[in-house]
Design a protein around this ligand. Structure first.
Ligand SMILES: [Zn+2]
Length: 432
């Protein structure tokens, strides 16, 4: 593995002098939303895609030292991981029932300094780039991850997390968080554009309906996206339906005021809908504990659903019915969640796991979930994130399948395929 400057450990001689036009070729280019190109190339200039087409036509348009031909490899849009917690990359927790796992996570990270969160987020940003991910929908509790995202040259949105069951303190909790948000987005990093900001009420079992409504109001006023964890576990569904159980015990152990929580007696999705906290939400993460009635509510409210198969596997949660959700007209994307609940940064492995669990989803659709689906969910598709097209963001990844595996979309999900390069804004940020 090498640094983003193409230092000597990389087997590639990387072009990418700042601002200079470069051509990147591979035996197969899959632009997403446009036909595949055999022996294709991407021409980049000024951080954008200047042209896309046959390598034979594009390579001669730049000097020889500004060309990179990956040969037997697949060039795809940079992957979009729509749900990460980069700042938890350095944390390892053993599998446990979710309530115990959350309690361990809170106890472990309570003592973390801001510099430790930043260092951990930098580990996460480097790991995610090495997985071919060029854009993240990241949740930050510390407020440190925007700087790590910016430094790494990643694109994305940092959703600032808020929690609190005390409805009468919702305004105060939000105001404190907005102050952190302003500070953490003042930092400037490697890309000309900064990671966008968003807000995230943690989940219906930790955030009051008043807090959800206050967040959504603030998001509407400021034009920010909002995301939340929703309907992740059977324990959450039970806590919302009847109260008590593991989550009540977790609240007591952590000293949070569980007595303020009134079980609404319905599903988590219906709870947010009744509370006026679904309309205006951009992204609902997990949604494992949902059925057709919930899907209709999410679809009507225009909420994107982010599935995290690896995290569901870690906890032993039944995975959402992705194929059913697609049939119901829901927009889907994928996330790896935190390394504290999933050891891998590989979004392609998430997609492969989803494909294996839900055979109705083909390779082309899985690739779309990992790219354009995430970009649309994060509101970045208009900039050309999530696909390769002229004038779009010059963000892409290069995948090398093992010998003998035919070059086709299916090869992206082969367990031995490897990411060999990740580029954002026309600059190589990772090369194997
Ligand atoms: Zn999460």
């Amino acid at each position: 593995m090498s640094g983003p400057d193409g230092s000597t450990q990389s087997r590639f001689r990387l072009p990418g002098l700042k601002g200079r036009g470069c051509a990147w070729a591979a035996d197969l280019v899959l632009p997403v939303g446009a036909p595949s190109i055999a022996r294709g190339a991407v021409l980049t200039a000024g951080g954008r895609v200047a042209a896309l087409g046959p390598a034979g036509a594009l390579l001669p348009r730049v000097p020889a030292d500004a060309r990179l031909d990956f040969g037997r490899a697949i060039l795809i849009p940079g992957l979009v991981d729509a749900h990460t917690h980069l700042e938890l990359a350095a944390l390892r927790l053993p599998p446990a029932p979710m309530a115990d796992w959350i309690a361990s996570l809170v106890r472990e990270t309570r003592a973390w300094s801001s510099s430790l969160f930043l260092a951990s987020a930098k580990v996460g940003a480097a790991g995610t780039l090495a997985a071919g991910v060029t854009c993240v929908g990241d949740v930050t509790a510390s407020g440190e991850s925007p700087a790590a995202i910016a430094d790494a040259g990643l694109r994305g949105v940092a959703f600032h997390e808020v929690l609190g069951l005390e409805g009468d303190r919702a305004g105060e909790i939000l105001a404190r968080r907005l102050a952190v948000l302003e500070r953490s987005h003042a930092y400037r990093g490697a890309l000309p554009g900064q990671p966008g900001a968003g807000l995230s009420p943690h989940a219906p079992y930790t955030a009051s309906p008043e807090l959800y409504r206050a967040v959504l109001h603030a998001c509407r006023e400021r034009g920010l996206p909002a995301a939340t964890h929703l309907a992740e576990s059977p324990e959450e569904a039970r806590f919302l339906r009847e109260g008590g159980g593991d989550f009540a015990r977790m609240h007591r152990e952590l000293g949070s005021p569980a007595e303020l929580f009134r079980a609404p007696g319905c599903s988590p999705v219906e709870h947010l809908d009744r509370a006026g906290a679904l309309e205006g939400l951009r992204l609902a993460v997990h949604c494992n504990q949902t059925g057709p009635a919930d899907w209709e509510r999410l679809r009507r409210a225009g909420v994107w659903v982010c599935l995290c198969p690896g995290s569901a596997r870690f906890f032993g949660h039944p995975l959402a019915d992705a194929a059913g959700m697609r049939r119901a007209g829901l927009n889907l994307c994928l996330g790896t969640d935190s390394r504290a609940s999933h050891s891998s940064f590989s979004l392609l492995a998430e997609a492969a796991a989803l494909g294996a669990a839900r055979p109705g989803l083909g390779a082309e659709e899985l690739l779309r979930l990992c790219t354009l689906g995430g970009a649309e969910a994060l509101g970045l598709a208009g900039e050309g994130v999530g696909q390769l097209r002229a004038e779009g963001a010059a963000d892409f990844a290069v995948v090398e399948p093992p010998a003998g595996v035919p070059l086709a979309a299916e090869a992206l999900f082969h367990p031995e395929s490897r990411i060999i390069c990740a580029v954002t804004g026309g600059e190589a940020r990772f090369a194997a």
